[in-house]
Design a protein around this ligand. Structure first.
Ligand code: 4AZ
Length: 348
């Protein structure tokens, strides 16, 4: 029995490697993004802020710096390719030697990483050239990891939208992070916290009594007019994601940036809008092509009946047409791996 399963596994691995390579190399993250697969979030009931279940936000990373002989969580970030993390520029204002910093993926509890977590060193930090630490404009940065991470049930890519996504129409939005006070009610220290938030109209957010003009067009406000649930210190760089109501994936629409205090009325969280930096992201990763410029803001779904951008990991779709339902194969592969592990007597 075990041999048959092993054969099927081998066949699937060969099939994926031969038919769906990413830039010529085997990449366990290519082909899919924005879909948690370890946890069926369709059945999830989020009430305010609370501890996140493992695998619910599989793209979130903890960016850590050396402190007192150990590593300390500094900021959140999102995995957008197997070797790239999107985060905020402000996280690195006081960074000295970035090669000593680390990125943790696949974790929920930072004090107890667990077998699914992967730790990587940082090869390169790319901060937006026009980032201002006074106004927090262009609060965006990329980290290139020394080694790619392996995608699995607990590690998946986030989908970065281009200019064609109508973000303001998305109604199911969530923030997550290991920061100071997100979801204070009921949250425990070092366990990833999550909260549902509402996108707040930029006009309202910029009005008197709110942020009075400090909100830039490249920002998104999210939270609640009455406050109470919000991101806070240590959540910076982390994801603001929104789910398409009728779809099974999330878009990474924002990066936690700033706010006046945390959870205060009329002072919601302010996020860097990722879609405004889509081309910047491509350029930094060395993926910007003539196609990319001329194709924007055309969504890549010309023949799709529902006028909605198709979620593909940034740039992967354009370069690697894959004839197989690659995510289904990967899901099957993950389940088979878990089954083999079970047959060998391990816990799933
Ligand atoms: C921070 O200092 C921070 N309430 C992050 C988010 C918010 C405020 C501050 C939003 O990292």
């Amino acid at each position: 029995m075990l041999l048959v399963v092993m054969d099927v596994l081998l066949l699937l691995v060969v099939l994926l490697a031969v038919c769906c390579p990413v830039h010529g190399t085997w990449d366990s993250c290519g082909g899919s993004c924005g879909r948690p697969i370890a946890f069926r979030y369709g059945k999830l009931r989020i009430v305010g802020g609370t501890d996140a279940q493992p695998g619910v936000w599989p793209w979130i990373v903890s960016i850590e710096a050396p402190l007192e002989g150990g590593m300390a969580h500094i900021c959140g970030g999102s995995l957008i390719r197997s070797q790239w993390v999107l985060t905020s520029a402000q996280c690195f204002i006081e960074a000295r030697n970035i090669t000593m910093w680390q990125v943790v993926v696949g974790a929920t509890r930072l004090t107890q990483l667990g077998p699914k977590a992967q730790v990587r060193n940082i090869k390169r930090l790319l901060v937006h050239q026009h980032y201002s630490n006074v106004t927090q404009r262009n609060d965006i940065a990329l980290l290139e990891l020394e080694q790619p991470v392996q995608c699995n049930s607990y590690v998946q890519l986030a989908c970065v939208p281009d200019a064609s996504l109508r973000v303001s129409e998305l109604t199911e939005c969530y923030v997550s992070g290991w920061g100071a006070r997100i979801a204070r009610a009921g949250g425990s220290a070092y366990v990833l916290q999550e909260a549902q938030v509402h996108l707040i109209d930029a006009g309202v957010c910029n009005s008197s009594g709110w942020y009075r003009g400090a909100i830039h067009t490249h920002n998104i406000c999210a939270g609640y007019p009455q406050g109470g649930i919000d991101t806070c210190q240590g959540d910076s760089g982390g994801p603001l994601v929104c789910q398409d109501k009728s779809a099974d994936y999330f878009w990474l629409v924002g990066l936690t940036s700033w706010g006046m205090g945390c959870a205060r009325a009329k002072k919601p969280g302010v996020y860097t809008s990722t879609q405004h930096f889509y081309n910047w992201i491509l350029e930094q990763m060395g993926l910007h092509t003539a196609v990319a410029t001329t194709a924007r803001p055309q969504p890549a779904f010309a023949s799709t009946p529902v006028q909605r951008p198709r979620p593909t990991p940034i740039e992967v779709g354009r370069f690697t047409p894959c004839p197989f339902p690659v995510q289904k194969l990967r899901d099957l592969l993950t389940r088979l791996q878990e089954f083999v592990h079970f047959l060998k007597g391990g816990n799933v």
